[in-house]
Every structure is written in structure tokens, then in C-alpha cells.
Design a protein around this ligand. Structure first.
Ligand code: ATP
Ligand code: MG
Length: 571
């Protein structure tokens, strides 16, 4: 497996709709030869059995991107053929996520279940042609008869039923005369085919179950392979783009369409997205939710679109990621650091800067007048001058970060320490004169400092330089906040195997209470994103209400993991 490294990608690239890939090459060739009458019509076909994840985003960007760039259309089609695992909740979440990513399917919201009648008619056509039969083998027996990769399969004893008998039995299956699992409808292809998918695949199974859309109208349900290609055909999809594991299904896809003699879409397979430090299978994501290992589908540690959204990712950053990883034909795993870099690049351009103190320690400016409040000007975004500036209150009592003070500083520590000077961002140079501690515990209660009134930022005399600048908030004006710090959900790059849960990162979530943020944030709305200066990108969580402010850390300012890896390399 090849692996993308950050260095494989130019940092400066923007989302570029024209970026080439082999799917685009095929589409352009088909446009040139007029294969589909000059049309490009794709679809995104999720099964509504879970929430969408970042892998689906790759497929969404590809399918909707093709339609956008070649002036075509892209349908949203729910592949809802399995009533036992599918729910309307998932349908709604999928629609929300696709829209949020910035794509629009217009009025083309389709469901495989809309085609159940038509698919049933197609099946009757195959039965009448002698190309499908009702089989009474159990599921286990079908598997035994199927053979293996190295051994051919065996014909089912029911394979040579007459067309009339098959028609009669299939119609009675549909009417509900037989119990679950007692019979199937199978295509009659070739049990000796080297491709297992061609060994008389099952088209319909009996399942007396209520479907989220068709209710109890059906007790036979089409299998994925049977539903998928025919749904593409019904919708006149030109290019049916799917992931590589379906390459071996393509002969079957083509066989069905050829035997039925209906519109023939072209299936194209691309490599699915795999990402380090996470799991992407919907089955595993569901287990994480069901077993309470995360707080839900939208837990900010999840690789789901809803999780990334809650974490603070922007749709732009996810589209940028899809663009940077590209679309290829060989399996690969992308480094999650690349995704993190995309959100940094995007938010660096757009997120307003604010000051917030995670773990506050009180700082008193002894020579600053009591009761005075200065409104200091602060730049909202140095990357975007149109974002303007704001004022922040400054007064005698402040909070700074505990981490920004060391009583016994190591060499090259440029933050605050006894007798040393530091600049307060947008404010003055201060000097620490005294440390007040709890006598019993030794804990630092308060830092006593003096400020140099000649050094106010932006003033003509502010030229005096010191090595360090730290952030702060005014104690009387700051708002309380809770900050939720997230880290990778797993401790290893590829949490595979049966014991994948044992690789869960016990430190993937940390809740920090008692944070202090600048007063302007009191009115921030859920979903709004900020850069907390020196700390990272944060967004307002939906748990914020009234006075209660909750922030999620989207990503740190730099790739701290890379830094740590480098540090451990040295030892
Ligand atoms: P499953 O079939 O196991 O439920 P799935 O991940 O294939 O899960 P679907 O809902 O069938 O889920 O996927 C919808 C579309 O998204 C399919 O076209 C599929 O190929 C694509 N897709 C799913 N996972 C990825 C991925 N990791 N990378 C790229 N595309 C993906
Ligand atoms: Mg699937």
C-alpha cells in the first residue's frame, strides 16, 4: 500500500475543479465520442444504514464534481434494499450532510425502493427467458455449492426447474406464501465461472420485514447487485462510479443489463479513501456508537461528516482534502495529518482571531490604576484585512495561561518568569515582580507584575522589543467557557483486526472547565469558528446555551503529532 505523505502535496494549491484523474479522462473520452449523447449523469448511492463519513465525502465530491464540471447532473439515490438495517434517521442525516458539503441534487432524490415494482418485472423477464430460477437451497447450502476461488461451484439441484414452475414459485414468493430464507431467486449464469460473482448470484431473498418506505408491501427484497445496475439504468446514469471492490461485480452488472436489453450505464471503479488513526467501516462506526465508546454519530472524534462538522471542519476544508488526495486506481491510505492540514489552511484564511485562556492564573498589574478600563485594538485576521479589527478591554487584573509562567524557567523560555519581561498581545510589556503561592500546597495563586506604560501596542513609543508575546484576558470582563480538546480516536495508524477496540486512544477527549475567553465571544453562535491565538482553531459547540459557552478544538495550530514524533526520533 502506498501512503500519501504531506510532502506529496503542494501547500498552496486551491480547490481546482479541473484537476485531472482517470475518471475524468474516461468521461472526456466518452464526451468526445458522443457515447452517451454528450451527457454526464452520475449518482451518489448511499445505503441509509449509517451516517456518512469522510470516505463518502470523497465519492460525493467525485460524483457531484463530475456533474458540476461537465454541465451534467448528479442524483442522490438511497440504496434502501435492506429493511432490517435501514432507517429514516439515516436518510435525513445523509441529505443534510450532502447539502452541507455544498452539493445539490435538485429534485432528483431517488430510492431503490421506488423501483421495487420495476425490478420485480425485470426479474420476471429473466425468469421467462430461462435466465433465472427459484432455488430451495438454504443460505449455507448456497455457500457450499458456490465453490471457492480455486474450485468451481456445483449446480443447484433446482437449477433446471421449468420456466412455468419458476414463474409460479417466484410469484408466490412475492405473495408471501413462504417463510424467510426458504427460497431465493437466482440468476442462471455459470457455476464454473472463475468469477464467483457469476456463479448464479441471488437476486431476491424472502424477508418478512417492514421497510422504512414501502412498509409491508414487500416480503421479497432485491440484493444489492440486482438493484444497483438496474437502478442506474432506470435513471439513465451515464457513469456509475463506485469503489474498487465492485470491479469483480462489473461482469455481472453488464450481464444483467445485456440480458434485459435496457439502457447500459458504464461502471467505473476507483480506490476508496482509507485514513490513518481511524476506522471507516460503517459496521465499526455503528459499534462505536452502540457501545457508547463515543458520544454518538456526531462525536467530534468520529470520521463522520457530522462529527467533522461538529468538530469545526468547514465544507471547504473537506472539499480541499478530496481535491488534494485525488482519485486513483490503487489502494492507498491517506495520512489524517493531511486532512488536518486542509482545515488549518482553510481556517487560517477565514477564522477570526480571539484570545482565550485555557488554564488561567491571575495576574495583577501593581502599577496599573484601579478602576480604569482601556479598550485596545486587536486585529481580527492578519490573513484577511477586510476582517477589520475589534477592541478588547484591558484592566488591572488579568488572566494568563498557567503554562506561560515558569518560576524556574529553562533556557530559551521566552514567556513570563520572575524578573523577566514579556509582551501582552495588543497591550503592554510587563515584568513579573512577585509570585504569590498557597503556603500549604505551593500552588501559584497570583502573579504580581508591573507594566511599562510607554509600550502600548500601536503607540509611537511601542518599538521596544521583548522576545515573548503571550495572550491574556481581562478578569472582570472575561466570560467563562468550557473547552473540549480532542485527539485521534485511535493510537495506531491502522486499528485493524478483531481487537481493533483495544487501540482506542484513552486520551482522545479532555474536558477543560473554567476557561476564560474575551467578552466578545459571549454572543458567538453554535458552529462559529475561531482561532484562539496560540492555541488552535475552535468552534462553538451546540451544547452552548445562554451563559454557557462550550468550544470544541478543531485542530491545533501546527501538527503537534509530527513535532512529537520528531522529538521521539531524537531520543
Ligand atoms: P456498506 O456497503 O458496508 O454499508 P459503504 O461504505 O459501501 O458501506 P455505501 O452507503 O454503500 O456505504 O456507500 C455509498 C457510496 O460511497 C458508494 O458508492 C461507495 O462506493 C462510496 N464509498 C463508501 N466508502 C467509501 C470510501 N471509504 N471512499 C470512497 N468512497 C466510498
Ligand atoms: Mg456499499
Amino acid at each position: 500500500m502506498e501512503k500519501f505523505k504531506l510532502t506529496d502535496h503542494k501547500k498552496s494549491d486551491e480547490e481546482s475543479p479541473e484537476r485531472r484523474n482517470f475518471v475524468r479522462d474516461i468521461v472526456e473520452e466518452d464526451l468526445k465520442t458522443d457515447k452517451f449523447g454528450g451527457m454526464v449523469h452520475t449518482r451518489f448511492p448511499p445505503e441509509p444504514n449509517g451516517y456518512l463519513h469522510i470516505g463518502h465525502a470523497k465519492s460525493i465530491c467525485l460524483n457531484f464534481g463530475l456533474a458540476r464540471d461537465y454541465k451534467g447532473l448528479c442524483n442522490l439515490r438511497f440504496d434502501d434494499t435492506n429493511p432490517t438495517k435501514e432507517e429514516s434517521e439515516y436518510v435525513e442525516s445523509i441529505k443534510l450532510d450532502v447539502r452541507w458539503l455544498g452539493f445539490d441534487w435538485g429534485d432528483r432524490e431517488y430510492y431503490a425502493s421506488d423501483y421495487f415494482d420495476q425490478l420485480y418485472e425485470f426479474a420476471l423477464t429473466l425468469v421467462r427467458k430461462g435466465k433465472a430460477y427459484v432455488c430451495d437451497l438454504t443460505g449455507d447450502e448456497i455457500r457450499q455449492y458456490r465453490g471457492t476461488l480455486t474450485e468451481p461451484g456445483k449446480d443447484s439441484p433446482y437449477r433446471n426447474r421449468s420456466v412455468d414452475e419458476n414463474l409460479d414459485l417466484f410469484q408466490r414468493m412475492r405473495k408471501g406464501e413462504f417463510p424467510n430464507g426458504s427460497r431465493t431467486l437466482r440468476a442462471k449464469i455459470d457455476m464454473g465461472s472463475p468469477n464467483i460473482n457469476m456463479r448464479d448470484p441471488v437476486l431476491y431473498r424472502i424477508l418478512h420485514a417492514t421497510h422504512h418506505r414501502t412498509g409491508d408491501a414487500w416480503c421479497i427484497y432485491p440484493m444489492y447487485d440486482w438493484a444497483h445496475g438496474q437502478s442506474d439504468s432506470i435513471e439513465k446514469i451515464t457513469h456509475s462510479v463506485c469503489t474498487l471492490e465492485f470491479a469483480d461485480h462489473r461482469p455481472l452488472y453488464d450481464w444483467f443489463l445485456d440480458e434485459l436489453g435496457i439502457y447500459h450505464s458504464k461502471q467505473i471503479e476507483f480506490a476508496r479513501l482509507n485514513l490513518t488513526y481511524t476506522v471507516m467501516s460503517k459496521r465499526r462506526l455503528l459499534l462505536l456508537v452502540e457501545e457508547g465508546l463515543v458520544k454518538g454519530w456526531d462525536d467530534p472524534r468520529m470520521p463522520t461528516i457530522s462529527g467533522l462538522r461538529r468538530r469545526g471542519y468547514s465544507p471547504e476544508s473537506i472539499r480541499l482534502f478530496a481535491d488534494r488526495i485525488g482519485v486513483g486506481r490503487s489502494e492507498s491510505t491517506s495520512d489524517v495529518a493531511l486532512l488536518e492540514d486542509c482545515v488549518r489552511d482553510d481556517l487560517n484564511r477565514r477564522a477570526p482571531r480571539v484570545m482565550a485562556v485555557h488554564r488561567p492564573v491571575k495576574l495583577v498589574l501593581e502599577n496599573y490604576p484601579e478602576g480604569v478600563v482601556e479598550e485596545l485594538e486587536a486585529v481580527n485576521n492578519p490573513e484577511d484585512h477586510s476582517a477589520g479589527s475589534r477592541t478588547i478591554p484591558f484592566s488591572k487584573i488579568l488572566y494568563i495561561e498557567q503554562d506561560d509562567f515558569r518560576e524556574n524557567p529553562p533556557k530559551k523560555y521566552f514567556r513570563l518568569s520572575p524578573g523577566m519581561e514579556v509582551r501582552l498581545r495588543y497591550a503592554y510589556i510587563i515584568k513579573c515582580t512577585e509570585v504569590i503561592k498557597d503556603k500549604a500546597t505551593g500552588q501559584i495563586l497570583e502573579l504580581r507584575c508591573t507594566y511599562d506604560p510607554e509600550t502600548r501596542s500601536g503607540s509611537p513609543q511601542s518599538a521596544r522589543k521583548v522576545k515573548g508575546t503571550i495572550h491574556w484576558v481581562s478578569a472582570a470582563h472575561a466570560k467563562d467557557a468550557e473547552v473540549r480538546l480532542y485527539d485521534r480516536l485511535f493510537t495506531v495508524e491502522n486499528p485493524g483486526g478483531d481487537d481493533w477496540r483495544s487501540f482506542l486512544n484513552p486520551h482522545s477527549f479532555e474536558q477543560v472547565q473554567g476557561c476564560k475567553v474575551e467578552p466578545g465571544l459571549a454572543t458567538a453562535k453554535a458552529g462559529e469558528r475561531f482561532q484562539f491565538e496560540r492555541l488552535g482553531y475552535f468552534c462553538v459547540d451546540e451544547d452552548s446555551a445562554g451563559e454557557k459557552l462550550v468550544f470544541n478544538r478543531t485542530v491545533t495550530l501546527r501538527d503537534t503529532w509530527a513535532k512529537m514524533e520528531k522529538a521521539t526520533d531524537k531520543t
